[in-house]
Design a protein around this ligand. Structure first.
Ligand SMILES: C[S@@+](CC[C@H](N)C(=O)[O-])C[C@H]1O[C@@H](n2cnc3c(N)ncnc32)[C@H](O)[C@@H]1O
Length: 270
């Protein structure tokens, strides 16, 4: 049996993160869909473990008839909801096993989502192909080079196009990954930019979660030519007891767990 090394924080580049995370999501996709599929819904758009539902918050605005790209779509639940609302939504994901789950849900719901296996840092689409792009914890929380990913999104958007995406709230990175009271103690510096890395016995990364400060997100979004319209920090809803990783009601009472950025492509000259 392969021994794993203890997880640690260290610098990684995007190629190493992508290699590790493709393998991890292919291995973990079945368990992820088993554990979270019911909460996500087969054709629903859930932004975060707090249960923020696009059907209620409408962060994407007017969507009917729009061409929409879902980035890091997993089993395509959000894109499937978008198609049911009259959009032409498509998805991309790094993991072929996640996309096989998307095919399974296509059959089970009779709502088919066209998908491609690709990384968010090299989108397989022409410039100006989409009116909207979205991502619910897809791809961006796993990417070291967020500037390239955001530039790619901006490239495939049409003029005045919008990108709305949810990620782990940067404040979370100073606390241990623990949903209990033990997760309420500051355990590392907010400014430590080394990534969380799990490795196999030979030291090869098998899972990588980079960290980015709020300032780095703002800089990456604006450097891509996007303007931030809003930043939603959802509160933990009263009575919501579901624990998902380090998200849950105990920490949710004190800390934001999710950041949802809404951004628009700047018009020339603005
Ligand atoms: C937490 S899941 C989110 C998927 C879906 N939105 C959901 O809520 O289940 C993260 C997804 O991002 C994908 N991913 C990770 N790194 C990626 C990358 N560089 N490019 C595209 N997708 C990536 C994973 O394969 C996984 O399906």
């Amino acid at each position: 049996m392969t021994q794993r090394q203890p997880a640690r924080f260290r610098p990684v580049d995007d190629a190493e993160a992508q290699r590790a995370n493709r393998g991890d999501w292919n291995r973990e996709a079945d368990e992820y869909q088993r554990a979270h599929g019911k909460f996500l819904g087969d054709a629903s758009f859930i932004w975060s473990p707090e249960g923020v539902d696009e059907a209620d918050v409408r962060l994407l605005g007017d969507i009917e008839g729009r061409r929409v790209l879902e980035i890091g779509c997993g089993a395509g639940q959000c894109a499937r909801w978008l198609r049911a609302q009259g959009t032409e939504a498509v998805g991309i994901d790094l993991s072929h096993r996640q996309l096989q789950h998307s095919r399974r849900l296509d059959g089970e719901t009779s709502l088919a989502v066209p998908v491609a296996c690709a990384t968010a840092t090299a989108l397989p689409f022409s410039d100006g192909s989409f009116d909207l792009a979205c991502s619910a914890f897809g791809a961006l929380p796993f990417i070291v080079d967020i500037r390239t990913a955001l530039r790619e999104v901006a490239r495939v958007l049409r003029p005045a196009g919008r990108f709305v995406f949810s990620v782990v709230h940067p404040m979370r990175q100073v606390f241990p990954d623990d949903p209990s009271e033990r997760g309420l103690w500051v355990s590392r510096s907010y400014f430590d930019d080394s990534a969380y890395v799990e490795s196999d016995a030979d030291g090869f990364a098998t899972y990588v979660e980079p960290v980015h400060t709020l300032g780095e997100w703002v800089a990456a979004i604006t450097a891509a030519g996007l303007r931030i319209d809003s930043l939603l920090e959802p509160r933990w809803p009263a009575g919501h007891t579901r624990v998902w990783g380090a998200w849950g009601p105990i920490r949710g009472a004190y800390l934001p767990g999710t950041a949802i950025f809404s951004a628009s492509l700047c018009e020339l000259g603005t």
